[in-house]
Design a binder for this molecule. Structure first.
Ligand code: NAD
Ligand code: TYD
Length: 368
């Protein structure tokens, strides 16, 4: 039995992780902590909040005293730190928030963990600080470069990636200097339910359904490795269960796609869904597919992102060989599930986009 603190628990991956854990670990207690920035949505946790072994706390990882108090109050023995500013484009126009949360916030959370777990009298018998990071800390690859390994030198290019790299180093230092029991995982691009529609995949789906342009940065040739979010949660679970303290693990899908190819694939899947379900045309009349036109007619090439990393690819040999990790979802099955989720949760994405979560919460209570 463990007492987990999931920071950033109302964000995209944090929410999925909360449900993943509650579904599998009925004996554990899960406390989700989130500052509820624009990206955090308490309504996403509405089903979790009905469970006795779950609690939501609105709070900020930068608040060291509050974090220490929460660790004591809830007898937390495991922190999974998702809390972060996470969008590269936002980090380009406003990097300060990324330094504040990703660097100072992670450091303050580490300090709180050290105070309670190492320096206090009421520490749990064992503890773990698991830090969630990204493959973007390794920089960008050329077409023939080998994929990022755990020992690839850090070379972050965006303010987002640099702030995540700094936080990874702090986590490592708290292990080596103070003996905090840490682990870190660096994952590739996730997609799936509860994904905020500012990132590529959910934005393309929402724009396709509402008849808006599908903006492709540059020439669309940039490559990312994509992993269904539940597979990321499975990887984190393996690291928590069997990972070596002080180590880092890359998590990825061995699933590299050019942006333009992904967007074309999403367009095709949406066209097919409209062709087989006539109800969709009534629900989404502004979608080109509702009029029998191709969704790809919305594709619009736009100005490139400054400093746009060309390719990310992740070598997952360590987590595969040492911990037995394997993604369960193919890209096609994962994309189909994601699009189906967006069809079913129209109220959620409309509400997160205009900030009115209430309607979605109400629809969830009615549905149960
Ligand atoms: P997200 O932006 O959807 O969620 C981040 C959450 O953190 C939000 O709910 C936000 O309210 C919360 N938050 C922000 N500042 C906070 C603070 N100071 N205190 C407490 N909570 C705060 O991001 P995500 O996509 O779910 O990413 C989660 C983590 O996974 C991040 O650390 C990110 O770097 C990492 N990651 C993401 C991806 C991806 O593809 N999305 C891939 C690899 C790693
Ligand atoms: P994004 O989802 O922002 O993730 P990241 O930048 O962290 O990889 O973007 C994924 C890729 O898609 C990236 O190469 C930028 C590109 N992109 C577009 O072409 N158009 C868009 O509207 C967005 C949001 C991203």
């Amino acid at each position: 039995m463990a007492n987990l603190l999931v920071t950033g628990g109302a964000g995209f991956i944090g929410t999925n992780f909360v449900y993943y854990w509650l579904d599998r670990r009925a004996d554990d207690r899960v406390v989700a902590l989130d500052a509820l920035t624009y990206a955090g949505n308490r309504a996403s946790l509405v089903a979790a909040e009905e469970q006795d072994n779950f609690r939501f706390v609105k709070g900020d990882i930068r608040d060291e005293a509050a974090m220490a108090q929460l660790l004591r109050e809830e007898k937390i023995d495991t922190i999974v730190n998702f809390a972060a500013e996470s969008h590269v484009d936002r980090s380009i126009v406003g990097p300060d928030a990324f330094i504040e949360t990703n660097v100072i916030g992670t450091h303050n959370l580490l300090k709180a963990a050290k105070t309670v777990w190492l320096d206090g009298d009421d520490a749990p018998a064992t503890h773990r600080f698991h830090h969630i990071s990204t493959d973007e800390v390794y920089g960008a690859l050329g077409a023939t470069d080998p994929a990022f390994r755990e020992d690839t030198p850090y070379a972050p290019n965006s303010p987002y990636a640099a702030s995540k790299a700094a936080s990874d180093h702090l986590v490592r230092a708290y292990h080596h200097t103070y003996g905090l029991q840490v682990s870190t995982s660096n994952c590739s691009n996730n997609y799936g339910p509860f994904h905020f529609p500012e990132k590529l995949i959910p934005l393309m789906i929402v724009n396709a359904l509402t008849g808006k342009p599908l903006p492709i940065y540059g020439d669309g040739s940039n490559i990312r490795d994509w992993l269904y979010v539940e597979d990321h949660c499975r990887g984190i679970e393996l690291v928590l269960e069997k990972g070596v303290i002080g180590e880092t693990y890359n998590i990825g899908g061995r699933n590299e796609w050019r942006n333009i190819e992904i967007v074309r694939e999403i367009c095709l899947l949406i066209d097919k869904a409209f062709a087989t379900d006539p109800g969709l045309a009534k629900r989404f009349p502004d979608a080109p597919a509702a009029a029998g036109e191709t969704t790809s007619s919305l594709i619009t090439m736009v100005k490139d992102r400054p400093g746009h990393d060309w390719r990310y690819a992740v070598d997952t040999t360590r987590i595969t060989d040492e911990l037995g990790f394997a993604p369960a979802e193919s890209f096609e099955s994962g994309l189909k599930k994601t699009i189906a989720w967006m069809f079913e949760n129209e109220t959620w994405w409309r509400a997160v986009m205009d900030g009115s979560y209430r309607a979605w919460i109400d629809s969830q209570y009615v549905a149960r």
